[in-house]
Structures are given as structure tokens and as C-alpha cells.
Design a binder for this molecule. Structure first.
Ligand code: 9MR
Length: 363
């Protein structure tokens, strides 16, 4: 049997040797393995295009000890029309993960931004029924296969100027603020084994909005616990924006305050926006790496932080890359927000992340 180079890489990946087969660089130890030595779970989000590219699949399998489904479990993706349910891509990701014994996080059940047109045309009573049915059916369908669910995603958005700083959208319209507790209780009933996570963005920003989101999030955790809903972890996304004010030490204090609620903390969508860094790739990669190092060093000092997940692993798979190409198909300055480049070679961010993981004292 003669194997193509891609097939060879694919086969070697199963032995953990894929990096060594690639010319031009020696594979460093995997981020997942380095993190695991400190009792930390490292992983990445994943979409179906990764499964279609054997070299990329090998990279993801080698580096990650947990996956989050990037978009294939979102409401609008699973239910493009009122009566359809299309779990095919999510099933393919689960099968890929299962073959390597990598646990998977479901993302996400109640997010006011995933709202197909058909949903927005429903009456309030129909919308309520749609959320209940979505949770019962979707959580039931994947029950027993998931490590955790991001039950509610991004509940707050001060820009919408609503009471409590809640994000506007169908679920808030249908149930008011109680949609959050309702979603947690229904998810717990439909899959008692999955850990239940409240996921939020922008908590790292030291801006007026960031402060409002942090305060509102603490209040929501208290409310869920008061309402008797099971909450296992809070997910802090970590889409780092160097162009905005930030304070890693103060952020770590906020994370420690959250952890006093006896919940775990997951960093769920880590990446670094490189817009304001130099065009020169060496200088840009160094600046991105330093940003990762400082953020992770601060936040990993909090023992409740049990997991770090990047939003994809390779620059070419990043939502920043996709957005840049959509804005300008001929774009030459493509974003470099992640630890691996478009050829799947490790970047300085990889070294910075390894160093921050290694420096963490095991809990
Ligand atoms: O990476 C996701 C991208 O493929 C989708 O088009 C987009 C809209 O559904 O969502 C992206 O992921 C987002 C995540 O679900 C929530 N936090 C922000 C992420 C980046 O935009």
C-alpha cells in the first residue's frame, strides 16, 4: 500500500508523530500534554473543515485534550427551518473525537444571536415552545456524549440598554430574564451527566461595558444558585483585544471572586486580535505571544481555572481570518491570532502558552 504525504501525516498523527514527519520544524510537545502535567485541560474549538483536512485533523488531535463544537450545534445551524433538525456535522465531529477519546463540549443552547428568520416570525407563545423543544430534543439527542454544555451564551450586552444589561433577542423577549434559569433546569433534566456552563464574552475588557458585564455576571451566578439551578462552571471567552484597556491582575481578581461561588472557571474561546500590532510578521507574532503569556500567567494563578480552550488552533481556521477574507478576498495582511500558522507550524504564541502552562503550580 502506497500512502500519499497527507495520508502518511494522518496515519502518523495517530501515533503522535505527525509533527516530526513535517519538514521545516520539529514538533514541540503538545499543548494538551504540557497543560495536563499541571492538571489543566487544554483544547480547541473545531469545525467540520478540520475533519476534511488530514494534516489539520492530525494537528487538532495531537494538541487538544478537549474540543468545543465551533458552530455545528448552534440553534440556527441545527434548525435552519422550523421543522428541521440537522445534527450531521456535529455527529461527524463527535465521531472524530470519539475515535481519539477526546471529550467534547456542546456550544451553545440559548444564545440570543443565533436566530434564524423563521424563529423571529413566531408569536411569544410559539417562541417559548421553540426554546423548550430545542433544549429537550437537542440535549436529549446528544445526551451521554458531551463533557459539558454552554447552556447560555453571552447573556449580557450593555449596548442594548436594557434593564440588568441583558442582551436583547428572542429568548429574552419570550421569557424575560428567567430564560437563563429555565434553560439550565431543562438542560440538567435532559442530560444529568453533562456539566452545565454559563459562557460570557468581554469580561477581560477594562472598559465601562466590561465592568457592567462582570458585575451582571456575578449577579446572574448568584441568582442561578438562589433559584436552585445546577451551575458547574462559568466560561470566560477570552477573545483578547489588546487595543482596549485591560488589566490582567485585576481580571485574575475577578476570576477569583467568581470562584468563591464554588464553581469551576473555564477559559473557553481564547485568541488575540492582532489588528493593532505591527504588519511585520516577526514583530506581530512576538506581540501576540507576549499577550498570551501575560494573560495566562495571571489567570492560571487562580486554582479554579480548570480549562483553557483556544477558538481554533491554526490562524487559517480563525473567525478573524474568515472575516478578513470576507471583507476583502484579496487581503494580504491576514490575522495571526492563534498558536499555529496557516501551515500548521507552531508560532511564538505556542511557546508562550507552553511556558505559562508549565509555570503554573499544580492545584
Ligand atoms: O466561530 C464562530 C463562527 O464560525 C460563526 O460564524 C459565528 C456566528 O455563529 O460564531 C463564531 O463563534 C463565536 C462564538 O459562538 C461565541 N463567541 C464569539 C465567537 C466568535 O465570533
Amino acid at each position: 500500500m502506497k500512502l500519499s504525504r497527507r495520508e502518511t501525516l494522518f496515519a502518523l498523527a495517530g501515533l503522535g508523530l505527525a509533527g516530526k514527519a513535517q519538514p521545516g520544524f520539529a514538533a514541540p510537545a503538545s499543548l494538551g500534554a504540557i497543560a495536563a502535567e499541571q492538571g489543566l485541560l487544554f483544547g480547541t474549538s473545531i469545525a467540520s473543515d478540520t475533519l476534511a483536512d488530514p494534516a489539520q485533523a492530525a494537528l487538532y488531535r495531537r494538541e487538544a485534550r478537549i474540543f468545543t463544537v465551533d458552530y455545528a450545534m448552534k440553534f440556527g445551524f441545527l434548525r435552519p427551518t422550523a421543522d428541521s433538525f440537522q445534527p450531521g456535522e456535529a455527529d461527524a465531529i463527535l465521531a472524530f473525537a470519539r475515535a481519539s477519546a477526546i471529550p467534547v463540549r456542546g456550544h451553545t443552547l440559548a444564545w440570543n444571536e443565533s436566530r434564524p428568520d423563521w424563529l423571529m416570525a413566531l408569536s411569544t407563545a410559539e417562541m417559548r415552545a421553540a426554546l423548550d423543544r430545542h433544549i429537550d430534543e437537542t440535549v436529549g439527542y446528544f445526551a451521554g456524549q458531551l463533557h459539558s454544555w454552554d447552556v447560555v451564551n453571552e447573556p449580557f450586552w450593555p449596548g442594548h440598554r436594557l434593564p440588568g444589561h441583558f442582551r436583547d433577542g428572542p429568548w429574552l423577549d419570550a421569557f424575560g430574564e428567567d430564560y437563563v434559569t429555565r434553560a439550565f433546569k431543562r438542560t440538567a433534566a435532559a442530560d444529568p451527566a453533562a456539566r452545565l456552563v454559563l459562557n460570557e464574552a468581554m469580561t477581560e475588557a477594562w472598559t465601562e461595558d466590561g465592568a457592567l458585564i462582570r458585575k451582571s455576571l456575578l449577579g446572574l451566578v448568584d441568582r442561578l444558585q438562589h433559584d436552585g439551578a445546577r451551575l458547574d462552571a462559568v466560561g470566560l471567552q477570552g477573545h483578547l483585544l489588546p487595543q482596549k484597556p485591560h488589566d490582567d491582575a485585576a481580571f485574575a481578581d475577578f476570576v477569583a471572586e467568581l470562584a468563591t461561588r464554588k464553581i469551576d472557571i473555564y477559559i473557553t474561546e481564547l485568541d488575540v486580535d492582532d489588528t493593532v500590532f505591527p504588519d511585520d510578521i516577526g514583530a506581530r507574532d512576538a506581540a501576540v505571544a507576549e499577550h498570551y503569556r501575560q494573560f495566562l500567567t495571571a489567570v492560571l494563578a487562580v486554582p479554579a481555572v480548570k480549562m483553557v480552550i483556544t477558538w481554533q488552533l491554526a490562524d487559517s481556521a480563525s473567525w478573524y481570518d474568515h472575516a478578513a477574507r470576507e471583507a476583502d478576498p484579496d487581503a494580504t495582511r491576514l490575522p495571526r491570532p492563534l498558536p499555529f500558522d496557516a501551515h500548521f507550524a507552531p508560532k511564538p504564541a505556542h511557546g508562550a502558552m507552553s511556558a505559562a502552562f508549565t509555570a503554573r503550580r499544580p492545584a
